[in-house]
Design a protein around this ligand. Structure first.
Ligand SMILES: Nc1ncnc2c1ncn2[C@@H]1O[C@H](COP(=O)(O)OP(=O)(O)OP(=O)(O)O)[C@@H](O)[C@H]1O
Ligand SMILES: [Mg+2]
Length: 293
């Protein structure tokens, strides 16, 4: 925890939308601009501080750099995570490509999809091999950083995974004595069947499969779940009926996939048995083969 505090910054506009508050900030002395996430600690916000600090010490192009963290006690207890300022998130990208497809018939560019997925996979490989799993991987936690333009003047982006160590899934699972009903959120559509009971690195590979499906279909969810779905109840901490429902569903298939690579990776990542999913490193090798790298 640093000696930094919120008074050292000018607090500018909110960036993006989401469950917590992220603001653009400018340091009063060196004018450096960052993004700062403000979290109100409560029972549902548990942090893996070691993971946050490990991210702060690390340096990988596909992981959003944490620059500092601190807590303020006054006027109310808050935790702040200062990080590199990014441009937008993958959810916004998917919405923009869907709009382009709707208005001008732009087809899905599979090569562009693989290039994005490969960057997420490279970030996961680095993190998983250091022993961290994300557990809340979803398009809104994958951020774009502008990275110049290509030869034709088209803007280029580096994709980075954000919010390591902030997963609310670190909450203990419900016990037999304390059964708990889970209120579904939009994040649940990315969660692996075993998520709440044994959230290993393999849960991130499941989420990656869901993200690949969404990218390759211009925004169709792999496993849509209705909020009022009565199966969404945690069953005494042993198994969820949602998990059972996910396992019994067939892996969704991409209709337009002449190469077969997308459907193959989907069936690997969305395997209900975590141990049978590929590691991030294995998937990286496969995708580099597709891209001829
Ligand atoms: N470092 C950043 N730079 C620029 N924009 C950011 C940054 N971090 C977050 N954002 C924007 O803020 C939005 C909200 O982020 P936040 O993490 O609060 O919500 P969320 O990802 O939906 O929820 P959570 O991660 O808590 O499950 C993101 O979708 C993104 O657009
Ligand atoms: Mg987030």
């Amino acid at each position: 925890m640093s000696l930094c505090n919120s008074d050292q910054f000018y607090w500018l506009d909110r960036v993006g939308t989401g469950s917590t508050r992220v603001r653009k900030v400018r340091h009063k002395f060196n004018s450096q601009e960052s993004a700062c996430k403000e979290i109100t600690p409560d029972a549902s916000s548990m942090f893996d501080v070691r993971c946050i600090d490990a991210v702060a010490r690390s340096n990988h192009p596909n992981i959003v750099q944490v620059q500092d963290r601190w807590a303020d006690q006054w006027p109310t207890p808050k935790v702040y995570i200062q990080m590199e300022l990014c441009y937008g998130d993958l959810n916004q990208y998917i919405e923009a490509t869907r709009e382009a497809a709707r208005t001008s018939g732009t087809p899905i560019d599979h090569r562009a999809v693989w290039k994005i997925v490969l960057q997420i996979v490279d970030g996961l490989t680095y993190a998983h091999e250091l022993g961290w799993s994300h557990r809340n991987l979803k398009p809104r936690n994958i951020l774009a950083k502008a990275n110049g333009t290509d030869l034709f003047g088209v803007p280029q982006f580096t994709w980075k995974i954000s919010d390591w160590g902030l997963s609310p899934t670190l909450l203990p699972p419900p016990t037999v004595d304390e059964p708990q009903t889970h209120i579904p959120t939009s994040d649940d559509v990315y969660r692996a069947p075993e998520h709440r009971h044994s959230p290993s690195a393999a849960v991130d590979m499941w989420s990656l499969g869901c993200i690949l499906f969404e990218l390759a279909t211009n925004g169709v969810l792999a496993f849509p779940v209705e909020a009022e779905d009565p199966t969404y109840v945690i069953d005494n901490g042993k198994a969820t009926s949602t998990a059972a429902a996910k396992m019994s569903r067939k892996t969704p298939q991409i209709v337009t996939d002449p190469s077969g690579h997308i459907n193959r990776v989907l069936s690997l990542c969305l395997n209900p048995t975590p141990a049978e999913r590929p590691t991030a490193r294995q998937l990286g090798v496969y995708i580099r083969g597709i891209l001829g790298q």
